[in-house]
Every structure is written in C-alpha cells, then in structure tokens.
Design a protein around this ligand. Structure first.
Ligand code: GLU
Length: 334
C-alpha cells in the first residue's frame, strides 16, 4: 500500500504532465473561431477565374467556398459550403501516387517517375524532352498519367476500380464521377494523349498510353467537397490511417514521401512561394480544391473555384495561409 504522501506526490506528477501535454493543444473553440474568421475575411474576395480550358469547369458556381479542418482524432471543424462538390482534378494525383507507392515501393516512384520540380507548366511537353523522357514528378500531368499506368491491374477497368476504391477509402465514403466534367474533358484531352504517347516512346508507361490517359481523366473527374479533402489530408497527416473511419489506407513509411512531393510540386509553379509562406505540404487542382497537411496533426480542405494565374484557388490559398498563421501550424517553425 502506498502511503498518503506518495499518493499526493504521484497525483501532482499526473496533473503536471496532463497540463503540460494539453497546454500544447489548440482548443476547439479557437479552431472554430479561426475558421469562422477565415471564412468571413475571404468570402467576398472575387479574385481569380474558373479554369476555362475544360468547358465544364468554366460553368461551376464561382461563389462556392467551404473550409474544413479534420484533426488526427477525427474531430471535424467546418464552415461554408463544405459539402458542395467540385471535380478533384490534380489533387487526385496525390492519392494515385500513394497507391503506386504502396504497390511498387518508394524507390520505384523516385526512379521511374521522379520526385523533382519541373520548373515548367503542369502540362508541359518540353519538360519531358529536356529531361530525357522523364516526367520528373507524379503531380504534373505527364507524371500523373504515368503513375496511373503503373497501378497493377489486368486491364483499364480493373485499374479504374482500384483507383476509385483507393480514393474513396481515403475520403471515407464512396466518391462519384462527375459525368459532365468527364465527358467535357475526355473529348478534349489530346494534349494529355500526346504526353502519354511521348512517354510511351521513352518506354516509361506501365500500360497502354491512351487507356491510361482515359483512366487518369476519370480520376480527375471524381467529385469531392472541402469536407472530403480534409478527411483525405488528415489520413496522410495521421500516418496513413483515416482518422474518421480508422481504416489504414497507406503504410506510415510512405506518408513522409508523399508529403515531400507535395512540398516540391504541390502548387504548380508556385510551390516554392507556398512553402516559404506556409511550410505545409499541399496539393491544388484546377477544379478549385486545395488539400493541405499539418504532419501528425491536421488535414485542411478548402474548395473555391476561381484560380490565380498558376492554377491555384485564390480563396483556398488565402484561407489556408490565414489558418496556418493564426493557429501557428507551420511545421517548419516547430
Ligand atoms: N485533368 C486536368 C488536366 O489534365 C488536371 C489539371 C490540374 O488540376 O492541374 O489537365
């Protein structure tokens, strides 16, 4: 039996550690407050334009604005149009790269596709030529189409089924195809087809190039909301386990690799400025979504269709920058 002095001493130790640990945690009230402020501050910002080169994107409601934050325990904080859906576009590249990494390993992605910035546009053909047939990374179109082609499957039907299942598990719900976007894009993806054929000429493709381009176009046409993006991001933040469904989607050995590519190439040609300003790995898509990750802590998903000249959502960037600053989330500052 412990004497009374020992009991008091142990209690004081427990209270001290509980307090010290909690002191580092941000309160729920503070998170709600910061999200509310971000929403109020930027809701009226009408800067940027919807993507026009895919017709179905040009006609999406530009006023959609939703912000969701999901923490590692699956707590959800959100404000605005967080259930309104837009096509995921380039953000999908993160999750298919994660799938191929799981199947083929991190070295395969590094050697076969690459993990460096291209310094060129996301749909550049010249970048491939200048780098001896390498796409350079899985987040430019060339690398993403190549990544899709390397998903192990007996045919493109099975490849698509695996990609859909993988992204749905990241999101914790069955994602649906946006048929308007798909139809609009599949009839207008000659440039991506050309890229895939060029990569095939360099023997970089894992399956038929035109079939892979069609599957890639489908993956870009999946509908997602700010809520979905935050859950998907929180799954990477939580070392590969979806914090809401508690299902493991990705081995923890690969989450730092995926976040490293997000830091290098997540925001197109503005990835350097983004990292400099926020320190958080992120990925944007021309549908207007951005997912940002605070490693080990949070996923942040924001949807707002108007884009800046780089192809990144104007309001999503502003909102995430504000949240990261106000909550002190820059991982490079810790
Ligand atoms: N599906 C789009 C394309 O291939 C994705 C572009 C993007 O979001 O960056 O052009």
């Amino acid at each position: 039996m412990l004497n009374i002095t020992t009991k008091i001493f142990l209690s004081v130790i427990v209270i001290f550690f509980t307090f010290t640990l909690n002191a580092n945690e941000i309160s729920k009230e503070r998170i709600h407050e910061v999200l509310q402020n971000a929403y109020n501050k930027y809701k009226g910002d009408m800067g940027g334009h919807n993507a026009k080169y895919i017709h179905a994107l040009a006609v999406v409601d530009p006023t959609i604005f939703g912000i969701t934050l999901v923490d590692k325990n699956g707590n959800i904080y959100e404000i605005g149009d967080t259930k309104k859906e837009v096509s995921i576009q380039s953000v999908s590249k993160v999750f298919t790269a994660a799938l191929v990494m799981s199947e083929q390993g991190a070295k395969f992605v590094q050697n076969k596709i690459g993990v460096n910035a291209t310094g060129a546009a996301f749909n550049s053909v010249i970048a491939i030529e200048e780098h001896g047939g390498s796409a350079l990374n899985p987040f430019v179109n060339a690398g993403a189409i190549q990544t899709t082609s390397w998903v192990k499957a007996k045919d493109s039907k099975e490849r698509w089924a695996k990609i859909l299942a993988n992204m749905s598990t990241f999101a914790g719900r069955h994602l649906q195809l946006n048929k308007d976007v798909y139809t609009s894009e599949v009839h207008d993806n000659k440039r991506n087809q050309a890229i895939s054929m060029l990569l095939d000429a360099y023997e970089r493709m894992g399956s038929d190039p035109l079939e892979a381009t069609t599957v890639y176009t489908k993956q870009c046409s999946l509908n997602i909301s700010a809520h979905d993006l935050a859950v998907m991001g929180a799954t990477i933040a939580n070392h590969g386990v979806n914090p809401v469904t508690k299902i493991r989607v990705l081995s923890s050995q690969y989450t730092p690799k995926i976040m490293a590519i997000m830091e290098t190439a997540g925001l197109y040609d503005n990835a350097g400025d983004w990292l400099y300003d926020t320190g958080v790995p992120a990925k944007s898509g021309v549908g207007g979504g951005i997912v940002a990750i605070v490693p080990g802590e949070f996923g942040i998903g924001v949807v707002s269709p108007p884009l800046d000249k780089y192809g990144n959502s104007v309001r999503a960037q502003l909102a995430i920058k504000y949240i990261v600053k106000e909550l002190g989330l820059n991982p490079l500052a810790h």
